[in-house]
Design a binder for this molecule. Structure first.
Ligand SMILES: [Zn+2]
Length: 211
């Protein structure tokens, strides 16, 4: 019998034993875990004020690298959203804002200074530096996050580690998965299994249409 059994689990890390699953399917699952499950990342930034030493593109790049907690049950990728709008809607994008104001002292603006319009989609850690501001310098922007996949850009990678080794028995493989926190490791595995099933279904459909 084909089975997927959890060997070890702790939030962002999971180890599962895949039984009676041919290597090519186990490897397809590993690849989908890495870069085939959608996560949130900042994709568009409107800079309103930036007197820091960082160029606007530097600020935008740093924002894109901040892992954002992702909720796959309420959001869809823009390409699959009914709004068909380039600006997006409440189902396919989340706005995060930051207004540093000015200060008399040097300080570091971090991910904790971002305020998200969504209660779940927020930075996974409050301590990620965005910019150091000297006295009088200001930073103000609107950042738009959307779901995307690591196959498009690494900022959307769903896992940081996905390794496959042989188990003790024939057609047994051990998959170790670690995430940066956008999704838990268990959420990634679950979504990856669904994604693999969908891709195989689509493939079967294509073959049937040709045949
Ligand atoms: Zn939409």
């Amino acid at each position: 019998m084909t089975s997927l059994e959890i060997v070890e689990q702790s939030g962002n890390r999971i180890v599962v034993r895949l039984k009676k699953i041919p290597l090519q399917y186990a490897n397809a699952l590993r690849r989908i875990c890495l870069s085939g499950v959608p996560t949130f990342a900042v994709d568009d930034v409107v800079i309103i004020e930036n007197s820091s030493v960082l160029a606007d593109e530097g600020v935008a790049h740093r924002l894109a690298m901040i892992p954002l907690r992702t909720d796959l049950s309420r959001f869809v990728e823009p390409s699959a959203c009914d709004c068909h709008s380039e600006l997006g809607c409440s189902r396919c994008r989340v706005l995060l804002m930051l207004d540093s104001g000015s200060s008399d002292t040097t300080r570091t603006v971090t991910s904790s200074d971002l305020s998200s319009e969504d209660e779940v989609v927020k930075p996974v850690s409050p301590n990620i530096p965005i910019a150091v501001l000297a006295p009088g310098q200001k930073l103000k922007f609107e950042a738009y996050a959307r779901l995307g996949r690591g196959s498009e850009h690494a900022k959307w990678n769903s896992a940081s580690v996905a390794a496959l080794i042989d188990g003790n028995n024939p057609e047994e493989h051990i998959l170790t998965l670690e995430t940066v926190g956008s999704l838990t490791a268990a959420e990634v595995i679950r979504a990856a299994v669904d994604e693999l099933e969908k891709r195989l279904g689509d493939f079967q459909h294509t073959i049937a249409t040709i045949g």
